[in-house]
Each structure stands twice: as structure tokens, then as C-alpha cells.
Design a protein around this ligand. Structure first.
Ligand SMILES: [Zn+2]
Length: 297
């Protein structure tokens, strides 16, 4: 299933055809959010800029294999995340700030291994299709997981979605999740069990995970890769303008501020910067068109 809309596919065709205009549009659209994400993970601005540049080069190189299984943004973020990990020689990149906070709070927890934070290399493992059967299983599980997450959203059950998100997306421990959600350890375990049971029902096979997180399983990998509970750009825009209705507003605040999703925060930074640019342009236009009237008053 392609995640690209008609405009995306048109842009992709232009880029594949070697259009520099199309490529410039693409870079303009994504460089801000990529840079913001890179800056929160790189040593300095110049390293961050190099990483973004390399990410865009990788995107072009992998263009023949790009199938649109993920949207542009998700695909680019996955490449960038991989590059940050490689640049840091194995240091993990967390998907949200809460992981950093909780991991530093329990410095003795050796389970917080770097390996489980490592992002896959999308240009290699996602699209090379070296193991078609494994890819098919993964796609089936991804579709099932998307259905489960969509069900939470559509039924407005954001309270449970937040718990399940902390289990799989943020890979927090049940104990920490219970504390944050203001619920019991048992309730967290129950929600996890229900979610896995539904997934098993949908894919018709076992979905192996550990009983008490952090989990290093396929469900987490898929959730992180595809960012199933992340906010759409339009939703972030509405949040920024203060026009987002409940319960979405509350969920967006949780995802951005409590969980501290690194991808969505980078996206929000980019939206804020563009908003500031637009306002500067508007001010210039207003000044140019009005300054002539000053002397007449
Ligand atoms: Zn997010």
C-alpha cells in the first residue's frame, strides 16, 4: 500500500525524471524538519547540516528502490536516524525525550542497550526485499498494528492509546508507564495483553514480545519506523494555531510535551520557523505598501 498521495507521486516522477525544480521543492519541504531533528541529536550545527545533506543524497541514491511504503517524511527521518547512529558509532537515538529522562534516572539499568534503539537502514533492509517472506510477515503485522492504532483514535480512546504508545513506541517499563498514566501496573499489563491478542487475531500468528518492557520486538520496530501514533503535519499546524479540538489537543500535548516525540517536535519547530518567516515577509510587504502614506498624515 502506498503512503503517497497524488501530489507526492507527481513530485516523485519529476525528481526521477531529473527535474531540478522538483528536487528544489522537495528539499525546501523537508530540510527544516530534518535539520531540527539532526540538531537535537548532533554535536553541533555543522555536523547536523552534514547529516541532512547525506540523508538527502542517500534518498536520491535509493530512489530506484523507493516504493512509497512509507511517506516521504517517515522515510527521510528513518534514513537520518540511521546516519546519526552511524556517526555516533553505535550510540542510540531515542524516539522521544521521555526515554532519555527515564534512562538517565536509572543509570544502573544495563538493559538500556544501544542495540535496541538502533534504527534499521531503510535504504537497505526495507526495500531490498532480500527476504520476501519476512517482509510479507512484517507488512501484515504493520497493517494489523495500524488498524489497532486507528481503532483507538477513531473511538476517541486516547487514554489507552497513550499507554499502548508508551509500551511499544517509547519502550518504557510497565512500572514507569503506570506512574505516568496514573494507573496500576496490572492495568498496563492488561492493555498490552489485549493489544497483542488483537494483533494475533488479525495476522493469524503469534506476536512474540517480552512480558515487561523495554521490548526489543518487531512491534516496537514497526511502530517506530512507521510512526503510527505520530501527528500529521496538518494536526501539528492546528495545534500551533490553537485550533485543535479535544480530545486531539490533549493527545497532541501528551505526544509532544510529555512523551516528547523527537520527530513531531522537529516538525513543530519547522512549522514555527516557517510561520515566523511568513510573518516577516508580511511585515516587509505591509511596510513597503504603507510607508508612503506616513508623510501624508
Ligand atoms: Zn511523533
Amino acid at each position: 500500500m502506498s503512503e503517497l498521495n497524488e501530489a507526492d507521486r507527481y513530485l516523485l516522477e519529476q525528481i526521477r525524471g531529473g527535474s531540478s525544480e522538483g528536487w528544489s521543492q522537495f528539499v525546501d519541504r523537508f530540510e527544516g524538519r530534518l535539520l531540527s531533528f539532526a540538531r537535537s541529536n548532533a554535536r553541533n550545527r555543522s555536523d547536523a547540516e552534514d547529516l541532512v545533506q547525506e540523508t538527502l543524497i542517500s534518498f536520491l541514491r535509493a530512489l530506484p528502490n523507493f516504493r512509497g511504503d512509507a511517506g516521504f517524511e517517515t522515510y527521510l527521518f528513518t534514513i537520518l536516524r540511521r546516519k546519526i547512529i552511524d556517526a555516533g558509532r553505535g550510540r542510540g537515538v531515542h524516539v522521544c525525550l521521555l526515554q532519555d529522562v527515564l534512562n538517565s534516572r536509572r543509570a544502573d539499568d544495563s538493559n538500556a542497550s544501544d542495540a535496541r534503539m538502533a534504527a534499521p537502514d531503510p535504504t537497505a533492509s526495507w526495500y531490498a526485499r532480500r527476504d520476501e517472506q519476512r517482509e510479507q510477515r512484517k507488512r501484515a503485522l504493520a497493517a494489523a498494528l495500524r488498524e489497532v492504532v486507528d481503532h483507538y483514535k477513531q473511538s476517541g480512546n486516547f487514554r489507552d492509546l497513550q499507554v499502548v504508545e508508551m509500551i511499544f513506541y517509547s519502550q518504557l517499563r510497565n512500572k514507569d508507564i503506570a506512574e505516568i498514566a496514573g494507573t496500576s501496573h496490572n492495568h498496563v499489563a492488561l492493555l498490552k495483553h489485549r493489544c497483542l491478542a488483537r494483533l494475533q487475531e488479525l495476522v493469524g500468528a503469534d506476536v512474540p514480545v517480552s512480558d515487561d518492557g523495554p521490548t526489543d520486538d518487531l512491534v516496537s520496530a514497526i511502530w517506530q519506523e512507521q510512526r503510527l501514533s505520530c501527528l500529521k503535519r496538518s494536526t501539528l499546524g492546528a495545534y500551533l494555531l490553537g485550533t485543535l479540538d479535544e480530545p486531539w489537543r490533549q493527545y497532541a500535548a501528551f505526544h509532544l510535551d510529555r512523551l516528547g516525540c523527537s520527530f513531531c517536535r522537529a516538525n513543530l519547530d519547522d512549522l514555527r520557523a516557517r510561520d515566523a518567516e511568513d510573518r516577516q515577509a508580511l511585515r516587509r510587504r505591509i511596510m513597503e505598501s504603507t510607508v508612503g502614506f506616513l508623510s501624508r498624515t
